[in-house]
Design a protein around this ligand. Structure first.
Ligand SMILES: C[S@@+](CC[C@H](N)C(=O)[O-])C[C@H]1O[C@@H](n2cnc3c(N)ncnc32)[C@H](O)[C@@H]1O
Length: 395
């Protein structure tokens, strides 16, 4: 098991070298400024897991240093010899600098800092960045970068996909404010979901995005054909498109205080745009004490009990309107039964013995569904719904 996990992590780490586009960072940051223009004022912002010579995070925060009112900007990079992908040439910025060191360039991380107008241009911007090699390789978990975290107010980055869980734990340990990119599936991770339930983490403004990332190096895409093909990419423009990307944050923004406009259960059953709701109404789960609400816009505004909603609800979640009380895995007080082994019947007709019905919310059916996987226990027939969060109307 441990070996499989390591192998999976190693494979995933090869896919960590994608860079966020400037416009995506700008759009997200602007949404926080609209809500509170002082979100970043007098703050030290740390951009770990960056590569300041390439990264648009460094570019954006350096160029907007004065507009945001920053006190200090710190950006760190990870040494190429510590990365899984090692095909890398130092930039002219580094090789032409008097600080360039041939012995350090591949094994040391770098730190870039911005605090003052170093070139006397009359403004603080990207041309005032100062840099040097770090003592270590720039791993965000190293004592050196942990010390930078502890001096910083806000952490902003697109962390390595393969280390997302560890990265969240690292930020929470530091107690910082943060704004980071991740995959929507992270919502239900055991390390993440309790933080979402307790409103210590929430979805940013950009949610469930189909994000276009630039590949870091010229031949990176060629070396990662399989991953890249699975996500969809344009070989001419050196980018990939990754679906289901979200910003995660604990910075406040306006969208999360806008309640959803919803109808009563009765009106939904009469007028919902979803045929399924008009025809079947709200079904009760067989194994959770909750009703199934398959669409966020079909949440009834007058139901006081527990409701199972799609995880995309998080992008519309207003904590003054609803509370999140569980997920399929963290379901204390909501789960009502555990099933014995079931027979799974796939849409192809293939039968197998499984215990999968216990992984999610189940609906007891009158008859087998058409072209859908279902489960049999004795004479009972069940279907399983997609991943759900459990919510309740705020009293
Ligand atoms: C998804 S890329 C994002 C880069 C940049 N933040 C951006 O979005 O433009 C993640 C970066 O983290 C680096 N990285 C991987 N493991 C790391 C670690 N343990 N500590 C610090 N950085 C790491 C990768 O080499 C890569 O440059």
């Amino acid at each position: 098991m441990a070996n499989n996990t390591n192998l999976g992590a190693a494979k995933a780490a090869k896919n960590d070298e994608f860079y966020t586009q400037y416009a995506d960072i700008q759009k997200e940051v602007n949404a926080y400024l609209e809500y509170n223009p002082d979100t970043f004022r007098d703050k030290t912002v740390l951009l770990p897991c960056d590569d300041p010579e390439w990264s648009n995070f460094t570019r954006f925060f350096a160029q907007n240093f004065e507009r945001l009112g920053l006190k200090r900007l710190i950006s760190t990079s990870y040494a190429v010899e510590s990365k899984k992908y090692k095909d890398y040439e130092p930039t002219l910025f580094e090789t032409e600098s008097p600080l360039f060191d041939i012995d350090k360039t591949r094994i040391k991380g770098k730190i870039f800092e911005l605090t003052r107008d170093t070139n006397g241009s009359g403004r603080i911007d990207i041309d005032d960045l100062e840099w040097h090699y770090l003592e270590g390789d720039g791993d965000f978990r190293s004592p050196e970068v942990c010390a930078l975290r502890d001096q910083s107010d806000i952490i902003v980055t697109n962390p390595p996909f393969s280390l997302f869980r560890e990265f969240i734990a690292w930020i929470i340990e530091g107690g910082n404010r943060f704004l980071i990119l991740g995959n929507m599936n992270a919502i239900t991770y055991l390390e993440v979901f309790p933080l979402i339930m307790s409103n210590r983490i929430w979805a940013g403004v950009g949610f469930n995005l189909s994000m276009v990332y630039k590949a870091a190096y010229k031949n990176y895409l060629e070396a990662n054909q399989k991953f890249v093909r699975s996500k969809g990419y344009n070989p001419d423009e050196n980018y990939i498109k990754v679906p289901g990307v979200c910003w995660f944050t604990n910075l406040d923004h306006g969208r999360r205080h806008e309640p959803l406009q919803l109808m009563s259960a009765k009106d939904n059953i009469r007028f919902s745009k979803h045929k399924e709701i008009r025809e079947k109404g709200y079904l009760k789960y067989d194994n959770y004490d909750a009703i199934e609400v398959p669409y966020t816009d079909a949440i009834p505004n007058d139901y006081d009990g527990t409701m199972g909603v799609p995880i995309t609800f998080l992008g519309k979640y207003c904590p003054e309107q609803f509370e999140i009380i569980g997920s399929e895995k963290q379901n204390e007080g909501i789960r009502t039964k555990v099933y014995p082994e079931q027979i799974q019947i796939e849409s192809s007709g293939r039968r197998s013995r499984v215990t999968k019905l216990n992984d999610g919310a189940a609906i007891l059916l009158d008859e087998p569904p058409i072209s859908e996987t279902y489960y049999i226990i004795g004479n009972d027939i069940y279907s399983q719904v997609y991943k759900r969060l459990f919510i309740r109307k705020k009293q």
